[in-house]
Design a protein around this ligand. Structure first.
Ligand code: GCU
Length: 339
């Protein structure tokens, strides 16, 4: 029922947006409506971050702007939402770099398996303004740019049967984001990749169309995947950030004073989102155990060995990745030395 309602709602909203009614509906009661789409529930750190964004903007410019957040893929799955931002039908969306990859292949960077040596190193990279601002701006010509990042943890396998070693992946069908690199990575792991949107995963596991997925622990609880997949394996193949992307025309059309408020609101959103992350992951682990999920700690090196060649393959096929990769290696090294 909820799914049908969700689909109908998405259809109505996207049709309204697509037929240009947004031109009139964007301004209501003299205020410009700012629409933000994301695919998570209303308790997820991403949503809480966006609520902080809304509060920040409206407490300063509430006479001019009304920020509206659409969670749960209500405006459509992530790839659709990115397209809506691209055309300006909506103003912002949260998008995983996995899904951004087909809009600009610079985002293959974050799909590289085992790219970061540690969580600290991943965070240091994401906080490296010089590196990230170049990446954020890379989609400007395509109509959108990233304004900030959100934590999305470490991606690990989860399935209906235990994955203890890479051999257990043989013959398994595993959901991945709509990213060519992830499809290739799955092949190297020895599994078959099933690209689909996040919202489809629960039913696909439940009905046996796929054997599992790969994500951070919140997928087990916030998205209830732990109800249908009882084995979660810490093989740690990727740390893939979520980015808040905004329509370029909208952002560039703001006065410098308003733009500053929106940019500061984005920073505030990141602060709140990140402050929620570890707490919610710890809760998700406890809750998943109560749901009967078993957590497996495998030999990570054996998983790494399978897919490490993909780093080289990507660097050869996409020359713009090399300088970014080199900088990330530098940060990996510096972070290790600091410890
Ligand atoms: C994470 C991420 C989402 C993404 C999802 C996915 O949950 O936060 O932005 O859409 O993974 O695997 O599709």
């Amino acid at each position: 029922m909820f799914k049908i309602m969700k689909k109908t709602m998405a259809f109505i909203l996207t049709s309204t947006l697509a037929f240009g009614l947004i031109g009139c509906s964007s301004i209501t009661g003299g205020k410009r409506i700012i629409r933000i789409s994301h695919s998570q529930s209303q308790t997820h750190p991403d949503h809480l971050g966006l609520l902080a964004f809304e509060k920040y903007v409206e407490s300063r410019l509430g006479d001019k702007y009304d920020v509206q957040i659409f969670p749960n893929e209500l405006l459509g799955p992530s790839v659709k939402a990115i397209e809506l931002v691209q055309t300006g039908a909506i103003d912002y969306a949260i998008a995983s770099t996995g899904n951004l990859e087909s809009f600009d292949n610079i985002y293959q960077t974050f799909s590289m398996p085992y790219l970061f040596d540690s969580v600290d190193s991943y965070h240091a990279v994401m906080e490296d303004d010089k590196l990230m601002s170049g990446i954020y701006k890379s989609t400007e010509a395509a109509g959108f740019e990233a304004v900030t990042w959100f934590e999305a943890g470490t991606r690990n396998f989860y399935a209906t049967t235990p994955i203890n070693t890479p051999d257990d992946l043989k013959g398994k069908k595993i959901r991945v984001q709509q990213s060519p690199t992830n499809v290739r990575m799955m092949k190297l792991f020895g599994a078959a990749a099933a690209p689909m949107s996040f919202g489809e995963v629960y039913t696909a596991i439940q009905s046996g169309v796929i054997n599992g997925g790969e994500n951070n622990e919140l997928a087990l609880t916030n998205n209830k995947h732990g109800e249908v997949a009882k084995f979660y394996t810490y093989n740690e193949h990727q740390m893939v950030p979520d980015l808040l992307i905004g329509n370029v025309k909208f952002l560039n059309g703001l006065s410098p004073e308003d733009r500053l408020v929106f940019d500061q609101a984005a920073q505030e959103a990141t602060k709140v989102e990140r402050s929620q992350w570890d707490v919610q992951i710890a809760k998700a682990i406890t809750l998943s155990k109560e749901m009967g999920v078993k957590f497996i700690h495998p030999d990570v090196a054996s998983f790494k060995a399978k897919v490490l060649p993909l780093q080289k393959e990507l660097l050869t096929n996409n020359v713009k990745l090399q300088p970014i990769y080199d900088r990330i290696q530098e940060i990996n090294k510096q972070t290790k030395e600091k410890k």
